[in-house]
Structure formats: C-alpha cells, structure tokens
Design a binder for this molecule. Structure first.
Ligand SMILES: Nc1ncnc2c1ncn2[C@@H]1O[C@H](COP(=O)(O)OP(=O)(O)OP(=O)(O)O)[C@@H](O)[C@H]1O
Ligand SMILES: [Mg+2]
Length: 249
C-alpha cells in the first residue's frame, strides 16, 4: 500500500506563531520556523530554552498550544499525535521510548508503516529491516536482545531505527547525542548525513554546537521560549566565535 500526501511548497514543515503552555505556565512565545525538503535544521538553546516543548507542540503532545503548524501543506495544529505520525512526521523523544520487553526486531516491527510517495509521484525514502540493520551495525549484532538490556546509546539507535520503519519524510530528533558515548555520537553523525543523502529531512534539537554544526544546514536558537537567532549554521558558528554566547557550548 502507498500513501500519498499533498505537498504544496518546498517547505515540509512550517510553524508560525506557535505558543504552548504547561498548565498556567506559558513556555513558547510566537515560535516560527520551517524545514524544507532535504534539509537538516538545528533547533538549539540552553537547558530549559523550550527545544523539547517545541517538538512536543508540533506533534500535539502539550496540554495547550496555539498557532499554525503545517506539514506537507496540511494544517496539523488540531491533529492528534497518531494522525501526525501517520502522515510521515517521525518523532524521537529525548526519553528513548523503546519497549523494554520486546526484542530489537520486535521493536522495529512496532514502527512499521506503508511506503510513501512525494506529491509528484516519486518514491520517498523507504526502509526495510535489513537495510536498517545494515545501517545500525550495533543493532544487527543483537537482533533478539530485549530493549531493556541495551545501553543508552543502543536504545537511542533503536528508537531512531524504529522511527525510520515508518518511512518518515521528516524526523524530529530530540538531543540524540545526550548522555551517549563519543563512539555512538560519531555513528549518529554518519547516520544523519546518510539520512540526508536519502532525502530524509531532520529537525535536530541540540545544545552541542560541535555536534550540530557537523550535520546542519541552518539553525534556530531558542532562549526563554522565543527564537533569538535564525540563519545559516555557518552564521551561527561565526556569531558564537565572535562571543555571542547564545548557546552554552
Ligand atoms: N511537563 C512540564 N510541566 C511544566 N513545565 C515544564 C514541563 N516540561 C518542561 N517544562 C518547563 O518548560 C521549559 C522548557 O522546557 P524544555 O524541556 O522544552 O526545554 P529544553 O530546551 O528541551 O531543555 P533541555 O536542554 O534541558 O532538554 C522549562 O522551563 C521547563 O522547566
Ligand atoms: Mg529537551
């Protein structure tokens, strides 16, 4: 089965005047950003800046949100998280949500969704279990291991791999490098560059500029729930080197 989605502009994801609240606490203030087809975009900022809340608000996972969110040309600000995921928007939360009683292969099956096409009829990136295991050698070495018996980095890889089983057009990745061994971070970099080559776009939440600059085309910086910088990754790096200190490096 193939699912076809409308796609008007080069923008895959467009966010305008996004506000979000936890209870009475107003957390996001008129956040605006976009991700175009084929881009890796970094959403940066210090602890508590609102990076994760932005991803949750896009996915419909906050208590209250206001604003415009469109994905593949369709308004999703009123949609439920499962509907958004089914449209081909993948989400890897910061707390790796693998099933600890299920094996690696079983976890992958949970993520399976149909192949997708772009609006022009061309095939979007499609993943098989075999390809994903080739992509993540650590997982290939332990196909029958229960998720609960894996290291944090392995669980992180499994969460990403399971998301790719849904053949997403765009993946929201929340701090994949956090608390993960340097060797796994290096694998993450390679993985993200390969995803980009295969036409999968990424919105990457990150505090670490050294990591983000290796993979990202553009960047936004959040401070206290508002966008304080939008521009090329190169421009952000130059600003930080000039002492801007938007991000705790
Ligand atoms: N469930 C919640 N209930 C109430 N406040 C929350 C909740 N989750 C986050 N916050 C608050 O919202 C603000 C933004 O948090 P958020 O998790 O989006 O930041 P972040 O940029 O992802 O930070 P980190 O780098 O630590 O992951 C913070 O002030 C945080 O304390
Ligand atoms: Mg966070």
């Amino acid at each position: 089965m193939t699912v076809q989605t409308r796609e008007s502009a080069a923008e895959l994801l467009q966010v305008r005047q996004l506000n979000a609240w936890y209870g009475e606490a107003h957390i996001l203030f008129d956040v605006a950003l976009e991700v175009r087809r084929g881009e890796v975009v970094a959403l940066m900022g210090r602890n508590g800046a609102g990076k994760s809340t932005t991803l949750k608000a896009i996915m419909g996972l906050v208590e209250r949100r206001q604003g415009e969110v469109s994905f593949m040309g369709q308004a999703i600000a009123q949609a439920d998280p499962w509907q958004i995921a089914r449209m081909g928007l993948g989400y890897v939360p910061e707390d790796r949500r693998i099933f600890s009683d299920l094996t690696v292969l079983e976890n992958l099956e949970v993520g399976r969704q149909p192949a997708r096409r772009w609006a022009d009829g061309s095939a979007a990136s499609h993943w098989t279990v075999e390809e994903l295991l080739a992509f993540f050698p650590n997982l290939a070495a332990m196909p029958q291991r229960p998720g609960g018996q894996m290291s944090g980095g392995e669980q992180q890889m499994l969460t990403v791999a399971r998301t790719l089983m849904g053949n997403p057009y765009l993946v929201l990745l929340d701090e994949p490098s956090e608390g993960v061994a340097p060797v796994i971070v290096e694998q993450m970099v390679q993985m993200m560059l390969q995803l980009k080559r295969r036409g999968v776009s990424i919105l990457l939440c990150e505090q670490n500029l050294h990591f983000a600059r290796l993979v990202s085309d553009r960047a936004y910086v959040l401070e206290k729930g508002a966008i304080q910088f939008a521009g090329s990754m190169q421009a952000l790096v130059e600003q930080e080197q000039a002492g801007a200190k938007l991000i705790g490096v």
